[in-house]
Design a protein around this ligand. Structure first.
Ligand code: HEM
Length: 405
């Protein structure tokens, strides 16, 4: 896996990152950007850390998202987790990708998002009331993780009684995407896909009997299909799972990372308190500063070139979102958190054909949750050391103990 680019350059591996990387990857990314912006991770495998290169990769017509070849050795062909990750739209190319994306986007448009706002305001208020009664408030467990489960659960109109295991399933399935998942991680991921599918089959059968409103209910849209017919059962189930996962952990981490960043940069928290109108820009800056998803991947279908480095067809290319979002060529003083930053051309939601379908849902959740926390608990502070999630792809906290003041 390790490959040294040239005898005097440093080697870098995402599978075995240097000590301290998970806590703070940004100094390492800064060094890579400056010394080997197109960094060899192994034979035919590259990491891009410059904003310009990452953006060009997202938009490059010869880079595909189909992961069947890449995941075969890691996830094992025929396993539930392999089937899941190679069937969902994010890891597919046209025509399958185009079809599923169109179906999803029909229920994630501005009209649909506007309808989500009032119930979400109520949900956040209820969660903050409960937080006030918690003997040991944990911002992740009691707030950040609760909101996305409700939002995505509502999008699929999943019964509340069945939402309990969603977070654990989601964590297990996404953990299999780490550069080198351990056998126990894969076993948990396989079990989670099986359990998730079983629960969804019941939900799908019920929805077929009693369809919902396709304007708002994503599951009904996916079941009904389009002019080309219905999706296959694996396509239907795995895209539902993907939607739940995609909208869940990332948004939990936007809220958790965002509140943490504001608390450790107290003047920024204070500024948001006295200038609540900055909330939209603050959410963009928090997405840039601590991007919940730090890496994306592509495979070259033809010979390509990035940063002057030729890469033959078949090369694996890792897009360093977190690194690109701290690139001084695009962001003045990139390591400074500035909730009024504008413009802010961050890449936290990706770009191009696969750009995040739920970005405006995530923005709404971030705006309402973080805005309400600052307004309701102006003296909120850390109550102990946070517990960081130790993965390199997803950046966030498992626990964030707070005191409300
Ligand atoms: C802060 C929260 C979020 C972040 C940082 C985020 C980030 C991303 C990124 C970077 C991609 C691009 C993947 C690629 O190009 O390979 C993506 C795709 C996607 N996201 Fe999000 N996401 C978030 C929230 C959501 C939410 C709330 C939903 C659903 C309601 C969602 C649904 C999707 C879907 C369906 C895709 C696949 C799009 C495609 O392949 O065409 N995401 N997301």
């Amino acid at each position: 896996m390790r490959l040294v680019v040239s005898p005097d350059s440093e080697s870098f591996s995402l599978a075995e990152p240097p000590p301290g990387f998970v806590d703070d990857p940004y100094p390492v990314y800064a060094r890579l950007r400056a010394t080997q912006p197109v960094c060899a991770l192994g034979p035919g495998s590259w990491l891009l850390t410059r904003h310009a290169d990452v953006l060009a990769a997202y938009r490059h017509p010869a880079l595909g998202s189909d992961k069947r070849e890449e995941f075969a050795p890691r996830l094992r062909v025929g396993t539930p987790i392999y089937e899941h990750h190679t069937t969902s739209l994010v890891f597919s190319d046209p025509p399958r990708h185009t079809r599923v994306r169109r179906l999803l986007m029909g229920a994630l448009n501005q009209r649909a998002i506007a309808r989500m706002e009032a119930p979400l305001v109520d949900l956040v208020a209820t969660l903050l009331d409960r937080l006030a009664d918690e003997p040991a408030p944990d911002l992740i467990e009691h707030v950040a993780a609760q909101i996305p489960v409700e939002v995505i659960g509502n999008l699929l109109a999943a019964p509340h009684a069945e939402r309990g295991p969603l977070r654990e399933w989601s964590l297990a399935i996404l953990s299999a995407l780490e550069p080198r998942p351990a056998p126990a991680v894969l076993a948990r991921a396989n079990a989670a896909v099986d359990e998730f599918c079983a629960s969804l089959r019941t939900l799908v059968a019920e929805r077929r009997r009693r369809p919902g409103d396709p304007e708002a209910d994503v599951l009904t849209r996916l079941i009904q299909g389009d002019g080309e017919g219905e999706l296959t059962e694996p396509e239907l189930l795995h895209n539902c799972i993907f939607l739940l996962n995609a909208g869940h952990e990332t948004t939990t981490n936007l809220i958790g990372n965002g509140v943490h960043a504001l608390l450790v940069h107290r003047p920024q928290w204070e500024r948001l308190r006295v200038e609540p109108g900055l909330i939209d820009r603050a959410v963009e800056e928090l997405l840039r500063y601590e991007s919940p998803l730090q890496l994306n991947n592509r495979q070259a279908r033809e010979d390509v070139e990035f940063g002057g480095i030729p890469m033959p067809a078949g090369s694996f290319i890792t897009l360093g979102i977190g690194a690109a979002n701290r690139d001084p060529a695009v962001f003045a003083d990139p390591d400074r958190l500035d909730i009024a930053r504008e413009p802010n051309k961050h890449l936290a939601f990706g770009q191009g054909a696969h750009a995040c379908s739920g970005m405006n849902v995530a923005r709404l959740e971030g705006r309402l949750a973080i805005g309400a926390l600052v307004a309701r608990f102006p003296k909120l502070d850390l109550a102990g050391p946070p517990e960081r999630d130790r993965r390199v792809r997803f950046r966030g906290f498992r626990r964030l103990p707070v005191r409300l003041g």
